[in-house]
Write a protein that binds this ligand. Sequence first.
Ligand SMILES: [Zn+2]
Ligand SMILES: [Zn+2]
Length: 266
Amino acid sequence: MTNFICKTCGIQFEASLEPPQFCPICEDERQYVPVSGQAWTSLETIQAAHSNVFTQLEPNLYSIKTEPKFAIGQQAHLVIRPEANILWDCITLLDDATIAKVNELGGVRTIALSHPHYYSTMSQWAETFGAELYIHEADREHVVYPSKYLKFWSGERLELSGATLINAAGHYDGGTVLHVPELAKGKGALLTGDIIQVASDTAWVSFMYSYPNMIPLSVAKINHILKTIEPFAFEKIYGAFGGIVQQAVKAAVKRSAERYLKAIKD
Ligand SMILES: [Zn+2]
Ligand SMILES: [Zn+2]
């Protein structure tokens, strides 16, 4: 039996003798099956050719990224907290060096996911660290490898010892961002995955239903994202692929949404 992993999106499936018929995440219009066709790999194969790089972004925040790039180049973030560390989003490669480094930084008690493009080997990470895994219930149908550690949460917010999961939706109905008040020198930060995507010009953000297939979001969905994050104080946004908004951040989100809405309304 093998826990097959989709090579395009990096998601691991429940153990089976034969590879799955298809990858539902990649067949969805928000992802894609490459021209070369659906391909599968395993964690052992990835471990043999890749390693993870930890980068300290601020005193209590690390990014974890796989080199050379695997799948869509996902990054996870490890938030160091006195109550219990949070792994924000997840990446496919989990190996002995990664486990040792995470444990050296205090382990992981909670894993929270922004949306299905980060599900990767989340169940294996949860099992390895004995960590609770949080996914918004609106994305329940996209889980292909359930775990006894998995908790579906509901409603607009879930508090985790002072940090908050916010169901901003947009890209996926269960699309979630994480607010951590003690980051950014106590001024607060949002970790957004690509629910709020940091643009190449990091003074701006954007929002999409599908990034690879370039399908925008509606006016109502953009307004909903803005409304859900409005009550929170934050002076940094850490995006999905290493982009960070660091200046006048709330104004940057507002300005970006206005530009976007103008573009789709005109
Ligand atoms: Zn896939
Ligand atoms: Zn995505």
